[in-house]
Design a protein around this ligand. Structure first.
Ligand code: ADP
Ligand code: MG
Ligand code: ZN
Length: 485
């Protein structure tokens, strides 16, 4: 029977907590060290080593929970999750079972213009595992090496309710989450560096049915667009299996990004019994209200609020305000540039535009982030002022901008040194227009016979004569007047 199916999706997101040292020892969390250099007796799992809890990691989890509307469990505990872990030599992971630090949160997302609230089951604190290496450079090994630099780095694991219903909703949820967590600074959330990892649970059920279908867990996805693609593929695959009369099994599948398909990794035999038991080396929490309230006060303005303020205070469109505020560093850059602008009201829109188009294109091409921008906020503000006061045209501004980007140049100096000031002197433009008209008999005749578009060629000629420096509005105005008489 061919039927309509509904997709059900739940996410398990691991975010590396942004602290200087690991969660149960003083080793550094810095990336890029020689294997096993950032280790000690605790994070290499030596028998008898005693974990010491990093308070900053607890603060980060609670702050994240507060920003997402969670209930903070003042009395929470750590537990040992037992498993054969080749990448955690002690063979148990210190994590949290019941109750986690944060229960019942929510994140509203906007999909197709409509708001939908996604409930989040929990956020808990746990330690990361080490990394198994199966190759050195390009040489495949027939044994595995273990690097424990990552072992013991604090993670917050966030688990959603199965309430997402499409690849787009999952994508939006993760984007929104990433943006909020970046604003909080509690994790850097970069998927490329493995600082944000996401397992996706997917099932389908006939529309109208209450019971969930069999769920498949997909691992090994390392980009947001990969997550969207993997879900889309998996939903289709499951529908096809059911439509052809087959059955699904509960299993873990891997996303093969190059082929664009999911492949079975292992079947998941019911509920694995991890035999969680209370971690005897860490005392249960008993968090005072004052501790939580202090963290609540440290929460900065969140992206949604900032976006609304940008629209209201700076007159930006929904699109521009969204673009600027979705990443904190971009919003900070914008506001700092604006603080240097002479006329804030007039600069606001133009500045937003310049950042979202010209600057963004440069960053994408050179693969750098705005924090490394060779164009300072102050210089970008100057460029906008030069356009607004008519010193240079938009077109010349683009030339100036090239120099600003290549050489971190000051736009005022570039304009002066290269003599790029816009020509707004009517008599000078008049003269160039007259020349251009006398040299364009064909275009003139076409224009006079009613083909108004023909004026473009003559405007182009004037711009060429002026080396792009004639004020385009003035050129158009003067040409139109001359041609009509
Ligand atoms: P496990 O630890 O075995 O992965 P959890 O109970 O922690 O199991 O669930 C993990 C995720 O699976 C949660 O995000 C939850 O929303 C999601 N989930 C549960 N049932 C389904 C289902 N039928 N379809 C899709 N996702 C589901
Ligand atoms: Mg799971
Ligand atoms: Zn250590």
């Amino acid at each position: 029977m061919m039927g309509d199916y509904e997709a059900i999706i739940g996410l398990e997101v691991h975010m590396q907590i942004n602290t200087k040292s690991k969660v149960f020892c003083e080793c550094s969390t810095q990336f890029g060290f020689e294997p096993n250099l950032n280790t000690c007796v605790i994070c290499t799992s030596q028998p008898g080593a005693i974990p010491i809890l990093n308070k900053k990691a607890v603060e980060a989890v609670i702050k994240t929970g507060l920003a997402l509307g969670f209930t903070i469990n003042k009395e929470s505990t750590f537990a040992r999750k037992q498993y054969f872990y080749p990448d955690i030599p002690k063979n148990y992971q210190i994590t949290q079972s019941e109750p986690p630090l944060c229960s019942k949160g929510r994140l509203p997302i906007i999909v197709k213009g409509k708001e939908k609230v996604i409930n989040i089951t929990r956020i808990h604190l746990e330690e990361d595992a080490g990394k198994l290496l199966h190759e050195i450079g390009s040489r495949k090994l027939d044994y595995s090496l273990l690097d424990l630099n990552r072992a013991g780095i604090g993670l917050m694991e966030l688990v959603t309710e199965p309430e997402l219903n499409s690849p787009e909703e999952a994508f939006e949820f993760l984007n929104e989450l990433k943006s909020i967590v970046e604003y909080l600074g509690t994790s850097e959330c970069s998927m490329e560096e493995g600082k944000m990892r996401c397992d996706v649970n997917v099932s389908v059920r006939p529309v109208g049915r209450k019971e969930y279908g069999v769920r498949v867990e997909i691992k090994n996805i390392n980009s947001l667009s990969g997550i969207r693609d993997a879900i889309a593929y998996e939903v289709e695959r499951q529908k096809e299996v059911l439509n052809s009369g087959g059955g699904l099994i509960q299993e873990t599948r891997l996303w093969e990004s190059e082929e664009g398909i999911t492949k079975s990794m292992r079947s998941k035999e019911g509920a694995l019994d991890y035999r969680y038991f209370p971690e005897p080396d860490l005392v249960p929490f008993n968090l005072p209200d004052s501790f939580i309230e202090k963290l609540r006060k440290e929460i900065p303005e969140m992206p949604k609020v900032r976006k609304a303020r940008f629209m209201k205070d700076y007159g930006l469109t929904d699109y521009d305000a969204s673009y600027l505020t979705s990443t904190k560093v971009v919003a900070d850059y914008y506001e700092e540039a604006l603080s240097y602008s002479k006329d804030k009201r007039a600069s606001a829109k133009l500045l937003a535009n310049w950042i979202s188009t010209e600057l963004n294109a440069k960053f994408n091409a050179s693969k750098i982030s705005i924090v490394e921008s060779p164009v300072s906020c102050q210089n970008l503000a100057k460029l906008i002022s030069l356009i607004l006061d008519g010193t240079i045209s938009w077109k010349i501004a683009k030339t100036v901008f090239e120099e600003m980007y290549e050489k971190s140049a000051d736009p005022e100096r570039v304009v002066k040194e290269k003599g790029l000031v816009q020509i707004s002197d009517e008599s000078a433009i008049m003269k160039m227009c007259e020349e251009a008209i006398s040299e364009s008999s064909k275009a003139v005749a076409e224009f006079k016979s009613g083909k108004e578009k023909a004026i473009g060629a003559i405007v182009g000629l004037v711009m060429k004569k002026s080396k792009g420096q004639a004020n385009p509005q003035l050129v158009n105005k003067i040409l139109a007047e001359k041609l009509k008489t």
